[in-house]
Design a protein around this ligand. Sequence first.
Ligand SMILES: C[S@@+](CC[C@H](N)C(=O)[O-])C[C@H]1O[C@@H](n2cnc3c(N)ncnc32)[C@H](O)[C@@H]1O
Length: 343
Amino acid sequence: MTTTTDSVPYADVIELGRLNTAYAQSKILHSAVETGLFELLAEGAADETVIAERLGLNPRLLGDFLRALAALDLVRRTGDGYVNAPRAAACLVPDNPYYLGNSARAASARHYAMWGRLTEALRDGQPKAEQAAGPGAFERLYQNPEAARRFLAHMDSAHALVGPELAAAVPWSRYRSFVDVGGARGHIAAALATAHPQLTGGVFELPAVEPFFDEHMAELGLADRISFHSGDFFTVPLPAADVLVFGHVLHDWEPEQRQFLLERAYQALAPGGAVVVYDQMLDDAEPDLASILGSLNVALVTGGSEYLVQDCRTWMEKAGFRVESGRRIRTIGSDYVLVGVKP
Ligand SMILES: C[S@@+](CC[C@H](N)C(=O)[O-])C[C@H]1O[C@@H](n2cnc3c(N)ncnc32)[C@H](O)[C@@H]1O
């Protein structure tokens, strides 16, 4: 058989070869965050010797590690050594509103190992997160204050774009109050209250989250605008508000529990009130890789999964809502937001 270069599928082989090792790029990012490289370079340029010394790194792999980071445009070379590339300065140095470092830490410490067991999960259908999933999983997580803090920081970090997008995706000028149900330590509630000064906000969460919420609101200077409602949403009625938000909450539960929560929301709202649901919902008419991977990620963590936009519309309508709008928003996981109004 003669092979001409015309018949060699160069592009496919190269692309699939790169896909095969795409995890290596993630690990370069994770290690750069875990070693504190971006914080160091935020102080100023540093050469390889300084980086090795300050971060306690062995020189053997360091040169290639820095070259890889430069090829990924996370650092840049200058005459004085390396500096943060602009996007690393914006998203990988702490105290930035779009800081993604906590997400990178969570991906490295928890999700990476879990994805390593995908084939096993495909065979047995079971979640693979280190911490047991299922009923009581959040309560168990919050028993360890350090793990709780890491999880809540990861929520802020993973969803930094949700706040601004949600602030624009809902007709907030019609409303005066909202409660973010399962709103973690209040990061998204803070973004909504800041973008819409007429709004008074609330977060409904498990009791263990309250101290973290109090601390975060004090840091953001929003303690007087956003209040905490303590409880388990499966046993305690939801608080009254003009709008109830469920963000990345329904995906943790079975379809019957999602329906139950939407019915609880309907009971708590007055006519004209709205429910807002966002998740990395799936739409087979417009497949979106980020949300499909998000769905598998949730399935590996909790045993839940994302769900079809159409299914969510059906649950909302069954609960009594008139679905008023639905659209994809620009977030890391490409979320879809649905707004339903109680007639
Ligand atoms: C995946 S996080 C979503 C956080 C946030 N809404 C967001 O969009 O990033 C799910 C949240 O639901 C909360 N939660 C879980 N079970 C709950 C329950 N039974 N009652 C109230 N909140 C609960 C958890 O504490 C957690 O903060």
